[in-house]
Design a protein around this ligand. Structure first.
Ligand code: SF4
Ligand code: SF4
Length: 429
């Protein structure tokens, strides 16, 4: 078993800060490709007028999820911008806000009383057409994840309410402020999956969220809220599954093949919004934290440039050393502040030049084995890293490079400051 590595959370202020609605951007920059799967193509052209929630890009491929306009206005440009989901530039649609807040009503919601009589196919179609993807970071289209073969019954639905990433508190605030919505979102997923047992898996130190979850789910059938002392790494779906159910997903297998599905709370919240409110995924809660005097949890429109958010809160951009998007452990440094918020932007973490203390430089491996002992999926990071550095990808594959969950722990514990996780993550695709 891997050594448990505790990483300081830095959540004190943000976790007690209520969700604030961030103003709509004057110009939204909506990336057409934000999920894992087939690339979308635009279905609007420059000059078109779009409404809030109107579909603007889609794909006919099965593993895909459409994107929608977060504001009403005119399409002014289709071009490339930095995509933090993939760490490279990709296609986006620029929309100039007309301030009219015209709504698109294509998505037809159901009422809560209609849920029991609504077929799985109808629910999956709403989830698909709402563009919902895994908001915990993976970005896999949710309708595809929940469309399982009949011979693979699901015994357990784990609701991932662990939010392991340091600084991130967006999910925690959803647990506190949108508890009732989470309950009805879980009802939808549970019905689609044939009513499995539900475990809402969270951490004991989410002191405001835990009693709210316990109270809200207390009357739900076959449902348990389990609050444990979990490390950062146990926020990952596969590692969380092991912590809760005591078994691991076999190498090369998916968790549904073992009878379990893990869904993040933010995804559950988006499902409830789509099914019961007819709201496609055009906004999400993201945490603004780091070297920020007043950390925030913001309900922000997808497509809002990060620069808008920083200027709204008067963050001195000249003093910025680094902005990390999507979690300090698993996320990416932004090369440009023009990059927009995506469906997968769980947080925006700002590090200033003022607070920067130069760290130790990279040196040779001292064979301490820290990286091996701490890898939560029991890989040998130094060996994989060495194989990659020698260009021996066949060896890296034999060492299970593809099983890396990109948690960043090996780099965190390495006394020689070798860029282990970045190198391994980049090579695993
Ligand atoms: S980044 Fe990958 S190799 Fe490194 S500790 Fe995490 S899972 Fe293991
Ligand atoms: S933690 Fe760093 S120094 Fe220690 S064995 Fe791994 S790569 Fe080498």
């Amino acid at each position: 078993m891997a050594n448990l590595v505790y990483i300081k959370e830095h959540k004190e202020k943000a976790r007690i800060t209520p969700i604030e609605v961030f103003p709509d951007p004057k110009t939204a920059i909506v990336l057409t490709y934000q999920h894992t799967g087939a690339v979308n193509t635009p279905i609007v052209s420059v000059g078109d007028t779009v409404a809030i929630g109107e579909k603007i890009a889609d794909s006919k491929e099965r593993v895909s999820a459409p994107v929608h306009s977060p504001i009403s206005g005119k399409v002014t440009k289709i071009g490339d911008v930095f995509n933090s989901c993939y760490e490279e530039c990709s296609e986006a649609i620029w929309i100039e806000n007309d301030g009219k807040k015209t709504m698109d009503k294509t998505l037809t919601p159901i009422s809560e009383s209609e849920l029991k009589s609504t077929s799985k196919e109808v629910l999956l179609k709403i989830i698909r057409e709402a563009g919902i993807i895994g908001l915990g970071g993976a970005g896999f289209p949710t309708s595809v994840k929940l469309s399982l073969p009949a011979d693979k019954p699901i015994k357990t639905l784990i609701v991932n309410a662990a939010e392991g990433e340091p600084y991130d508190t967006a999910d925690e605030r959803l647990m506190i402020e949108k508890t009732a919505n989470l309950v009805r979102g879980v009802r939808v997923v549970r019905q689609i999956l044939g009513n499995p047992k539900v475990i809402v898996a969270t951490k004991v130190n989410k002191v405001e969220a835990v009693p709210k979850l316990q109270e809200a789910f207390s009357k739900e059938p076959d449902t348990e809220v389990i609050a444990k002392h979990l490390t950062y790494q146990q926020g990952d779906a596969s590692v969380l599954q092991k912590a809760m159910l005591k078994y691991e997903v076999a190498p090369g297998k998916r968790s549904y093949e073992m009878g379990t599905i893990v869904q993040n709370v933010a995804t559950i919240n988006a499902i409830a919004n789509a099914v019961f409110e007819g709201e496609p995924l055009i906004s999400r809660v993201t945490t603004l934290n780091g070297d920020i005097a007043e950390p925030k949890n913001l309900l922000v429109k997808i497509g809002t440039p990060v620069s808008n958010i920083l200027s709204q809160y008067k963050v001195d951009t000249k003093d910025i050393r680094q902005v990390v998007i999507g979690g300090v452990m698993m996320g990416h440094t932004l090369p440009t502040l023009e990059a927009p918020v995506t469906k997968r932007t769980s947080s925006i973490i700002v590090f200033s030049k003022t607070s920067y203390k130069p760290g130790q430089k990279e040196t040779a491996c001292i064979h301490c084995s820290n990286c091996i002992q701490s890898c939560p999926v029991r890989l040998h990071p130094i060996m994989i890293y060495s194989a990659i550095m020698k260009g021996d990808m066949a060896k890296a594959e034999k060492l299970w490079v593809k099983d890396c969950i990109a948690c960043g722990t090996c780099s965190y514990v390495c006394p020689s400051k070798l860029p282990l996780s970045g190198t391994i993550c980049a090579a695993r695709h």
